[in-house]
Design a binder for this molecule. Structure first.
Ligand code: ZN
Length: 469
């Protein structure tokens, strides 16, 4: 594969076709089913997957078959089968469902309005993860245009990732043999430490969500008449939360949620810490930018990649401020979202958390923790020599810098499933979710230059994959 020819082809594809297509895609509010339970009636998911299908079918790729696979009541899957020089299979993965809007977008930005500014395409779902299908097919085309052979490629784009991929196992069963037995999985839905080199994710955290509910009364009462006699449901919640999290340090207090951190991952974290330095924490939009963390960058990375953490992501039973009178609330529910270490058993973690929260409930209160979802994390198998060499070459060729490995704090449920199903496969888990790209929050953007270079790198890895033996 010629470097310059590849760059020219990929850049042209992005500027002439991918960016305009992503702009149209950003306008579609196709929120993942967890955030839009009426997604079927709304039709946005269909609209998005149809746009992708149409674009894919227009790509002149030899022998390619593009199909939208639909199981009743489940989000459709875009399935693309591209024959290659060998029946060895590369599975390329991405998703087309989106996170909800969230608040706090800049005045000139909006989740459903594409805006290009300073080399970035702003809007919901561009970087997470609309570009994946375009990047995958463009990398394959870049090879074919130059007559460079590649293995058979299967591209799988699902519509349920942001909800924990609960529809995906049904499709995996349904597709069966059509998925083949991939020797390489390319996942274009991950983070990158910066926009200056090729990053490979070696581990992902698991996730556990659930609702912690405390009831103290059967209806709200005057807080003047009840205060001092009836406990506040919020106080009981604080008490329960203190059982699972140290409220000063944020450290999780449940043994079952921790794992031993592998030696190699500690070394990789050392290297990543030296490259990323304080950007690891500076990249966040702090309200108080004058503070600095008490732990080293290395420890912060391990906290983020290999240790559990808790976030309270929502509340019910608590009126908005405008409606908040002097009422003692009958019940309050918090949504808890835990990130779990890559190798932790998510179901065991859920049981442990539930047991701690529901034991010895304080007097005059009822407490329950209803587990909503559990997702396994993922830890990559040792990287094969050919893949390590290929990534290094790709990063040097297109970024002029070495490739880097890191763990990330997010969760991609499918990687856990694949790791179990295909233990022999190699994984290239990478993506555009770098500093400030803010998928899931306001002002999400796609770094266009990085998107182009990443596409070139994927093409390089596909070439080397076939040539590896
Ligand atoms: Zn994603």
């Amino acid at each position: 594969m010629d470097k310059q020819t590849t760059e020219e082809f990929v850049n042209q594809a992005w500027d002439g076709s991918i960016i305009p297509e992503l702009c149209e895609y950003i306008k579609v509010p196709n929120k993942s089913p967890m955030f839009d339970p009426d997604w079927e009636q709304h039709g946005y998911m269909d609209q998005a997957v149809s746009m992708f299908e149409k674009w894919c079918k227009a790509q002149p790729i030899k022998g390619m078959q593009v199909e939208v696979v639909r199981l009743e009541g489940r989000t459709p899957v875009l399935f693309i089968d591209i024959p290659g020089e060998s029946d060895d299979v590369v599975l390329l993965y991405g998703h087309y469902d989106k996170q909800p809007e969230f608040s706090g977008w800049d005045d000139d930005l909006d989740p459903w309005t594409p805006v290009i500014k300073d080399g970035k395409l702003y809007g919901r779902g561009g970087a997470d993860d609309g570009y994946a299908v375009f990047g995958s097919l463009t990398a394959i085309r870049a090879l074919q245009e130059q007559g460079v052979p590649h293995a058979r490629c299967i591209v799988l784009i699902e519509g349920c990732e942001e909800s924990g991929s609960f529809d995906l196992p049904f499709y995996i069963d349904h597709l069966g043999d059509r998925l083949g037995s991939p020797s390489l999985v390319v996942c274009l839905d991950a983070e990158c430490g910066n926009y200056d080199q090729f990053w490979c994710t070696t581990s992902l955290r698991g996730n556990l969500t659930g609702k912690l509910r405390v009831d103290v009364l059967t209806e709200g009462v005057h807080s003047g008449s009840a205060g001092g006699i009836v406990p506040s449901s919020f106080r009981i919640l604080r008490q329960l939360l203190s059982r699972i999290e140290d409220e000063t340090s944020g450290k999780i207090l449940i043994e079952e949620l921790f794992v031993e951190i592998p030696e190699q991952r500690q070394q990789q974290a050392q290297l990543a810490a030296s490259i990323l330095d304080d950007s690891v924490w500076r990249k966040f939009p702090w309200a108080d930018a004058s503070s600095s963390p008490s732990e080293s960058v290395y420890e912060l990375l391990l906290n983020n990649n290999w240790r559990p953490a808790l976030t309270v992501t929502g509340a019910d039973g608590m009126p908005a401020l405008v409606n908040a009178g002097n009422t003692l609330l009958p019940n309050t529910t918090l949504k808890l979202s835990f990130r779990l270490p890559p190798t932790a058993d998510a179901d065991e973690a859920a049981e442990a958390v539930k047991a701690v929260l529901e034991a010895d409930t304080p007097a005059f209160a009822k407490a329950s923790f209803e587990v909503e979802s559990t997702m396994a994390g993922w830890n990559a198998p040792p990287v094969a020599d050919w893949l390590e060499a290929s990534m290094e070459k790709a990063s040097q060729d297109y970024f002029g810098k070495p490739s880097v490995y890191m763990g990330t704090g997010g969760t991609i449920p499918f990687m856990g499933m694949l790791g179990e199903k295909f233990p022999e496969a190699q994984f290239l888990v990478t993506g555009l979710l770098g500093p400030n790209s803010n998928a899931h929050g306001p002002n999400e953007f796609l770094h266009i230059e990085k998107g182009k270079k990443l596409t070139c790198c994927v093409a390089q890895v596909l070439e080397d994959h076939l040539a590896r033996s």
